[in-house]
Design a protein around this ligand. Structure first.
Ligand code: MG
Length: 353
């Protein structure tokens, strides 16, 4: 008996044509990849991108990278990995509700933080100061998928990963807009919870007007935000300027919550003294690897990596590190063996001088 292969990808593409909103990105109409390649017989272009991202080394490293708590000891704190999964969940819910392309949304969400260095935004800020070329996690994310791991993703996913800049004020797709909005929803939502878990705040510290608008519990807040994005985007998709939108009321409350988190948690003095520890670790490692190229190990980059300026390799290497890899390298190369190195307490790491 001969088995006849059903054209599975083609029928998935036809299904997209039938059921998705006319404004959705369609995998059969992708702007394509940097290097042309044969189509998959089973998966659509965006499903394939999602799988490539999931199987990348950079994705696996997210599990030990800071989200908000530096090198957290407690297992329930978010890391970059669980943050990315939560962004993916919220974004997919919104995307499916709006009948936009859930596979593209998921790919962008899983990839959106691939370029984050160890120690979150503090690490990013210090690398940016140290490097003559500067450092930004979104540019690094693109460098990982285009150069270091050569995933050959579609233009639509790359566009979502790149984010918005002064020279690029809009996204190619509504799916990228969803991830952009849901990233902010997700991190505010879970950072409140993690800050509470770490004893940095109590639920009752949140200003009453924000609670009033967004909700009293974390479930209520996430539900309300998602429902708001879906209902207002449904309206906005039918307008002359189709876009992913929040109501003014929720948008303002979200901005107020964000500001409150900056003032009371992200930039609070007990976190700022953490940044001096992070500064010491990152700066010392940067100087060390600049003068000790042989210490850069592993198959970080493709074969032509030796042709990059050494400074670029150092930046790729350090930014690729997880929090714990960076701390271990610091202890191994830069502390005398008698120095215990670090002490961990919930959400904090003390670096011994
Ligand atoms: Mg994020």
């Amino acid at each position: 008996m001969t088995l006849v292969m059903q054209p599975i990808r083609e029928s998935s593409e036809a299904l997209e044509q039938q059921v998705l909103n006319p404004l959705a990105a369609r995998s059969a109409e992708t702007r394509g990849r940097e290097r042309p390649e044969a189509l998959c017989s089973i998966r659509t272009a965006f499903q394939r991108d999602r799988d490539r991202i999931l199987h990348s080394k950079a994705f696996r490293r997210l599990k030990h990278k800071t989200q908000m708590m530096i090198a957290p000891v407690g297992d329930h704190y978010r890391t970059r990995l669980t943050h990315s999964l939560e962004v993916s969940q919220v974004s997919r819910t919104v995307s499916r509700a709006l009948r936009l392309n859930e596979d593209l949304t998921e790919s962008i969400a899983l990839a959106h933080d691939l370029g984050h260095p160890p120690f979150g935004h503090t690490g990013e800020h210090i690398l940016d100061e140290l490097s003559p070329t500067g450092f930004h996690h979104q540019e690094q994310g693109l460098r990982i998928v285009q150069v270091l791991e050569q995933l050959n993703l579609t233009q639509e996913v790359l566009d979502g990963m790149e984010g918005l800049t002064d020279s690029k004020p809009t996204f190619l797709t509504l799916e990228a807009q969803i991830v952009d909005v849901c990233d902010r929803m997700a991190y505010l939502h879970h950072d409140v919870e993690d800050a509470r878990r770490a004893g940095l705040m109590q639920e009752s510290d949140l200003p009453a007007d924000i609670i009033q608008t967004l909700g009293h519990t974390r479930q209520e807040r996430l539900d309300r935000m998602v429902l708001d994005i879906v209902t207002h985007s449904l309206e906005a998709l039918n307008s002359d300027t189709p876009r992913i939108a929040l109501s003014t009321e929720i948008q303002e409350a979200v901005m107020a919550l964000r500001q409150w988190m900056f003032d009371h948690i992200y930039l609070a003095p007990n976190r700022l003294d953490q940044s001096s520890n992070v500064r010491r670790v990152i700066t010392s490692l940067y100087e060390f690897y600049l003068s000790h190229p042989q210490a850069i190990s592993g198959n970080l980059a493709p074969a032509d990596a030796d042709t990059y300026p050494h400074e670029r390799r150092v930046l790729d290497y350090i930014s690729g590190m997880t929090d714990r890899f960076a701390l271990e390298a610091y202890q191994m190369y830069l502390l005398p063996s008698s120095n215990p190195g670090f002490s961990f307490t919930a959400g904090r790491v003390e670096v011994m001088p």
